[in-house]
Design a protein around this ligand. Structure first.
Ligand SMILES: [Zn+2]
Ligand SMILES: [Zn+2]
Length: 242
């Protein structure tokens, strides 16, 4: 079956995510747009995606547990998990590698955990928009040890993109699918980075506001909407960016 997936959406927990981006508002909008699968991928954090997932179950929108991690090299890597337990262990592991720098909400924005009913659960004090003390290779090893999948995010982007900030594809990423920015032109990206020609380039919205959810998404041909199958479809070219 063909499924529409937007696997890069920020919530209220990202300092840069708008306060309208509660888990329920995100799932509602995804439902309106007929997206079958989404992922809430906050910076170095996952708490809101657990709420989004339980809301998604009620609405018939599959929510994959996700995070947008920022490595030591200042590169953004999307990390996905099928199982809640593995996602939880991964998240509490990663949190220890985040520097103990306090968020300044007036400067960076609020970092709010919001439950299924739009109640504020807690405010995250540690600044999430920061690099964790793990290299790309160390992060990728960790994600895989918890049966997760990685997708380097907006790889051509000037800010936190793999090709800009590192300039090459490390060994651990050679069997990956890659995300190009929602507004990137695939042909221009390939002209600039011909080494990407043999890789699968998918795209997501990277939404920080409700109106941006689904502005770009990817259709995958899968048997069941689980991350293992979606990833495999990506690797095997059974996808189309919309
Ligand atoms: Zn990013
Ligand atoms: Zn992002």
């Amino acid at each position: 079956m063909k499924i529409s997936a937007d696997l890069h959406i920020h919530s209220t927990l990202s300092p840069c995510g708008a306060l309208e981006m509660s888990p329920s508002a995100i799932v509602n909008r995804a439902k309106e747009l007929n997206l079958d699968v989404i992922s809430v991928t906050d910076h170095n954090s996952m708490e809101n995606c657990f709420y989004a997932s339980s809301i998604g179950e009620k609405f018939g929108v599959k929510v994959i547990y996700g995070m947008e991690a920022q490595t030591l090299e200042d590169v953004h890597i999307l990390c996905y998990f099928e199982k809640m337990k593995e996602a939880e262990i991964f998240y509490s592991d990663i949190y220890n590698y985040l520097p103990s720098i306090k968020n300044r909400p007036d400067y960076f924005g609020d970092q709010v955990v919001v439950d299924e009913d739009d109640n504020i659960v807690r405010v995250e004090e540690k600044l999430l928009f920061n690099s964790i003390d793990l290299s790309i290779s160390e992060l990728v090893d960790r994600v895989r040890s918890y049966n997760g999948y990685v997708v380097p995010a907006h790889i051509e982007s000037e800010q936190f993109g793999l090709m800009r900030n590192l300039g090459f594809i490390v060994e651990e990423l050679k069997n990956c699918i890659f995300e190009i920015s929602y507004n990137a032109d695939r042909e221009k990206v390939l002209a600039k980075y011909p080494e990407l020609d043999n890789f699968s380039l998918i795209s997501n919205s990277d939404a920080h506001y409700i109106r941006d959810i689904g502005r770009v998404y990817t259709i995958y041909d899968v048997k069941t909407p689980v991350i293992e199958e979606i990833y495999k479809a990506g690797l095997e070219g059974r996808f189309e960016v919309k």
